[in-house]
Design a protein around this ligand. Structure first.
Ligand code: PEP
Length: 251
């Protein structure tokens, strides 16, 4: 049985004061022991104050990116150990905005994923096709290729720590969600790819999140799909009310 994982990706939103305010609001109304994992990924600047606030709470901390080296002359980069020191248990790698805006390639993302695992962080590997690629009938090919490349040289045992997030790029921040049937179809394709790479026993245990305009009014239907094991949430994670409703989805 896969435990669902709901993750909030705050992107470049929230000052420290705003981050603390949002977390206090979430903690006020969150169940003490939810049957699903809940992670928030604030900007790096808010990790330290939130680490203190989240001690002994059901809310986990994650980061939005990581560099693959452990230290050195890499101006602006954040090493995996810097994240574990601040209480992060998850880190997003390969988000489409990192790919498109910052030039993260599959090879870079694979190095980040390995570095995260090495440091004891659980990577959330984001994959997804653009609208042009989908319209050209290449969605599956793109997503399968990103999964294969992102997971290059990862061992089956390490997959217990890895989460995949299928995020069609055209659905991110647009309000344009994939239908639950289309999302389920791609999740099944991702799971079949994991089966090819690692075998059925591993493929059945890996959690595959859906991301792309997940909202209170579509989360229940998405989460009811057999291969959707959680959600990676952007915009709707920025307000306590909507994120709490998503955390409390009824599948
Ligand atoms: C995201 O940033 O990963 C995302 C899915 O954003 P949104 O929910 O706003 O589409």
């Amino acid at each position: 049985m896969r435990k669902a994982l709901i993750a909030g990706n705050w992107k470049m939103h929230k000052t420290v004061a705003e981050a603390v305010e949002l977390v206090e609001a979430l903690l006020r109304d969150m169940p003490d022991a939810p049957d699903r994992e809940v992670v928030i990924c604030p900007p790096f600047t808010a990790l330290s104050p939130l680490h203190a606030l989240l001690a002994n709470t059901p809310l986990l901390l994650g980061a939005q990116d990581v560099f693959y080296e452990t230290q050195g002359a890499y101006t602006s980069a954040i090493a995996p150990q810097m994240l574990t020191e601040l209480g992060c248990s998850y880190v997003i790698v390969g988000h489409s905005e990192r790919r498109a805006v910052f030039g993260d390639t599959d090879a870079i993302i694979n190095r980040k994923l390995h570095a995260a695992l090495q440091a004891g962080l659980r990577p959330i590997l984001c994959v997804g096709e653009t609208k042009t690629q989908r319209d050209a009938g290449k969605a599956e090919q793109i997503v399968v290729g990103q999964v294969q490349a992102g997971l290059a040289d990862v061992g089956g045992a390490q997959m217990a720590e890895v989460v995949i997030a299928y995020e069609p790029v055209w659905a991110i921040g647009t309000g344009d969600t994939a239908t639950s049937a289309d999302a389920q179809a791609m999740h099944a394709t991702v799971r079949a790819t994991l089966d090819d790479l690692f075998g059925g026993a591993v493929a059945e245990t890996v959690r595959i999140q859906y991301g792309g305009s997940v909202k209170p009014d579509n989360v229940d239907e998405l989460m009811a799909q057999p291969d959707i094991d959680g959600a990676l949430v952007g915009g709707a994670a920025l307000k306590a009310e909507s994120f709490l409703r998503i955390i409390g989805y009824r599948a």
